[in-house]
Design a protein around this ligand. Structure first.
Ligand code: ZN
Ligand code: ZN
Length: 653
């Protein structure tokens, strides 16, 4: 560690403090900032700073970890935090004209250029893993690009606000040119490998465009080229082409990951600084509006974004990314619909360990900056339907009766997919009754495998094995219901098995009917996977569940199963299991509702939020599963009869 003593670079004496805080070695891979024992992200204490804490980085469960990968990961986050600080200072100086703030921002950037030439000048990082697209300052070129976007925007803000003194920033030109060149080379490798739609491309384009524009401003090269003449935006592999290639017609990022969806949208909006939204090519512009709307439509009324596929479940540093995205989106499209997301994210960021960079003012600066050259787009929006589906990614959202449900049924999602076929996530306004559990930092292979598994998700399982990757399909939809299916064969899901899920927004409740069928006797299981305290009680021929979060949810459940010799019991077994991925040590009551040796099973659940949240409707007292219908009994004596779709009753496996 002694070799890491800060070295004062050749800047004026008054700036030495700024320079002394900068890390003077390259970063690694941030996903390694995870406790090998507990699977929990390690502390951000000391960030931004020059070196990781002496002795190691703390785990919330008491470990102190001091390994090369953890140190490298800590350095990534420190470098990123320094770049972010430069950006906040630069935006603030540009807005206020405050001289001291400008001086600090310039000194930080100039010092960073010196660090960059010393530690990244030797070329690509030799310790990157084989699968990585190598970076210079970090293991991954992607990380270099994210860092460079912050640095580039800082320079852009300062040079644009005070062109007369842009010469002050001449020392950063080498760093900007090098990062733009590296971004172009990395993009070329992706394209050559047939991976243009990778989420990396969005950040490489953003880095190229932002650093290129910042350098031009420092050089006094005048007005930006028109969008059509800007290769990073309108080129064959530029941002506008990527927007269209990497998303569905409905606006979902193709991997159907909430995290990577936000990740690319943020990169797009960051790269479009200084453009007029109304003047962008219509198709890409409209798609970008749709991508923003996807987030608004996925979020609960309380602003929780369900973490579909890979991505953190809850993470203060990610919350800051959502607040940044919301600020940029509001500049792009009027009433972007992300106010609740931003408010929830602010509270989540503030609840971090306090050593991070919450409330550093970046969101505020972005909201006060004229990010785009024209006003936000005015878009006419239809009222949000109770049931919405993107059939290409197979993500459906159902809203009603105080319940926000996400039914995930489409393609696997490539490397960021989970074995979550037909998963039904359940939220209140802001209570994660049964969320998708998200993902741990990727540097923990065992927990990463768990959170991608079927066992971690509220799905139908067959013989407790993980299925093969599979694509489900939408069988039917109405204004208030959905029926989705996955069929197994030799290469997909479970050979010889199929499952169907039929979800209905009833009068004051949500009805969930899951059905599985197999060509030979197998263990068929439906999992319940809460992130709230869950009480389970057997009551005659039904099971009753009470989900106790900030908002309450009651469930009434019934099931039936059959094997070659007739009817079989279906037992709801409660067992302690790990909660979502933000802390695998948080224990939750899992329910495995299983039939052994079965060739068919049907599980019926009626979920009801409390009377105030669901806006009326008599209490559900009982649920009854008949041959071809479900009967929901109400406290006022009424019985709602729901016929089952043929897909849940037909005999074929
Ligand atoms: Zn630990
Ligand atoms: Zn998942």
């Amino acid at each position: 560690m002694t070799s890491l003593a800060p070295v004062t670079p050749d800047v004026t004496a008054g700036d030495a403090d700024v320079a002394a805080g900068l890390p003077r070695e390259r970063g690694g891979w941030w996903h390694d900032l995870v406790c090998p024992t507990h699977g929990t992200e390690l502390s951000h204490a000391g960030i931004p700073g020059p070196v990781p804490p002496a002795g190691g980085v703390r785990c919330p469960h008491g470990c102190v970890v001091d390994t090369e990968p953890v140190r490298g990961a800590w350095l990534v986050l420190s470098h990123q935090a320094w770049a972010r600080r430069a950006r906040v200072l630069a935006h603030r100086a540009a807005r206020t004209g405050d001289e001291a703030t400008r001086t600090e921002a310039v000194a930080l950037l100039v010092a960073y250029a010196d660090v960059y030439s010393q530690v990244a000048g030797a070329g690509e990082h030799e310790r990157a893993q084989d699968w990585m697209l190598r970076g210079r300052l970090f293991h991954q070129a992607l990380t270099d690009a994210i860092w460079a976007v912050s640095i580039g925007h800082a320079v852009w803000a300062l040079a644009e606000a005070d062109p007369e003194r842009a010469d002050d920033l001449t020392p950063v030109l080498g760093m900007l040119d090098a990062t733009a060149e590296a971004a172009r080379a990395a993009r070329g490798r992706l394209v050559a490998d047939g991976k243009f739609t990778s989420n990396y491309t969005a950040w490489l384009n953003a880095a190229g465009r932002v650093c290129g524009r910042a350098a031009a401003l420092v050089r006094g090269e005048g007005a930006a080229p028109a969008v059509a003449d800007d290769e990073w935006l309108a080129g064959e592999h530029g941002q506008l082409a990527h927007v269209l290639a990497a998303s569905t017609r409905g606006g979902w990022e193709w991997e159907a990951s909430t995290y990577y969806h936000g990740f690319v949208v943020r990169a797009y909006l960051l790269s479009l600084r200084g453009t007029d939204p109304a003047a962008l090519p219509a198709e890409a512009r409209d798609r970008l509006v749709a991508m923003i709307e996807v987030l608004a439509g996925l979020a609960t009324d309380g602003g929780v974004l369900p973490s579909v596929h890979d991505g953190p479940y809850s993470r203060p540093a990610l919350a800051l990314e959502w607040t940044e995205l919301a600020a940029l989106a509001d500049g792009f499209v009027a009433d972007a619909g992300l106010a609740a997301v931003a408010a929830h994210a602010r509270s989540e960021a503030a609840a971090g360990d306090g050593d991070d960079e919450p409330a550093d003012g970046l969101e505020d600066e972005l909201r006060r900056t004229a990010w785009f050259a024209g006003p936000p787009l005015a878009v006419a929006r239809a009222p949000r339907p109770a049931v919405s589906v993107d059939e290409e990614v197979g993500i459906a959202v159902l809203r009603g009766a105080g319940i926000h449900a996400v039914l995930d049924h489409g393609p696997h999602g490539a490397g960021h997919g989970h074995h979550d076929k037909l998963a039904l996530a359940l939220f209140g306004r802001s209570t994660p009754w049964q969320p998708d559990p998200g993902q741990v930092p990727y540097g923990h292979p065992a927990w990463r495998a768990h959170y991608a598994s079927a066992d971690a998700h509220p799905v139908v399982r067959v013989d407790d094995a993980d299925p093969a990757e599979a694509t489900g399909r939408l069988l039917a939809r109405t204004e208030r219901s959905l029926t989705v299916e996955v069929r197994g064969d030799a290469t997909a899901w479970h050979d010889g098995a199929r499952a169907v899920r039929h979800v209905v927004l009833g009068d004051g409740y949500l009805l969930d009917v899951a059905h599985a069928r197999a060509d030979r006797p197998r263990r068929l299981v439906l999992g319940l996977r809460p992130d709230v305290p869950l009480a389970v009680r057997l009551d005659g021929d039904v099971v009753r569940t009470t989900w106790r979060g900030a908002e309450a949810l009651d469930g009434v459940h019934a099931a039936r199963a059959a094997g070659p010799d007739g009817a079989l019991p279906v037992r709801a077994v409660v067992l302690p299991g790990p909660g979502p991925a933000d802390d695998p040590q948080r224990e939750r009551a899992h329910v495995d509702w299983a039939a052994e040796g079965a060739t068919s099973a049907t599980w019926v659940s009626v979920y009801q939020a409390d009377a105030q949240a669901r806006d009326g409707g008599a209490d559900v007292t009982r649920v009854e599963l008949a041959a071809a219908e479900v009967r929901v009994h109400r406290a006022d004596g009424a019985v709602d009869v729901h016929p089952l779709p043929a897909a849940l009753t037909e005999e074929t496996a």
